[in-house]
Design a protein around this ligand. Structure first.
Ligand code: HEC
Length: 143
């Protein structure tokens, strides 16, 4: 009787140990993929480039090259599209929402999706540029 319980216990313990090492190996893979694969950047909740001067400069180039300025203005002050530098937003301006808006666009509006022109890494750089232009209430910064 006790032998059987002990056997079960050992079997479970071994299964857990095995699972632990597999899970650990998996996490390692994700870590290394993060540096190279855009897919991981796309799944991030937070912009890895917020405040990064080099990324902001690249984001500004992409902003001009992609033509965001034609609707949002040269420094995102607003035009056909809304200003992106004040603290009035259509939706709660989390990093994820901005990313999704730029990648997929807003259905039923002229805001198109840009995932064919910009890869996830570039989208985050554009978001970093937009954040760098912010002139709204500092207390309303949620990113
Ligand atoms: C053809 C005009 C047009 C272009 C070009 C354009 N946008 Fe927009 N954008 C809009 C409009 C209009 C909205 C408002 C959509 C809505 O009503 O939800 C918008 C919304 C947004 C928002 C969300 C604003 C909010 O308050 O929620 C972001 C961020 C944004 N655009 C970024 C960009 C970026 C980055 C680019 C370039 C890659 C770009 N847009 C290109 C017209 C444009």
């Amino acid at each position: 009787m006790i032998g059987k319980v002990l056997y079960r216990f050992l079997a479970v313990a071994m299964a857990l140990a095995l699972f632990g090492s597999v899970a650990h190996g998996g996490a390692g893979d994700i870590d290394s993929a993060e540096q190279s694969s855009g897919d991981v950047a796309a799944n991030a909740d937070k912009n890895p480039y917020t405040g990064d001067e080099t990324a902001i400069k690249e984001g500004r180039k992409l902003w001009r090259k992609t033509g965001c300025y034609s609707c949002h203005g040269g420094v995102a002050e607003g035009g056909v599209g809304p200003s992106l530098i004040d603290d009035e937003w259509i939706y709660k301006p989390t990093d994820k929402t901005l990313f999704k808006t730029i990648a997929e666009g807003r259905r039923g509006t002229v805001m198109a999706g840009w995932s064919k022109e910009l890869d996830p890494d570039q989208i985050w750089k554009v978001v970093a540029y937009i954040r760098s232009l912010y002139q709204g209430d500092p207390d309303k910064i949620i990113w």
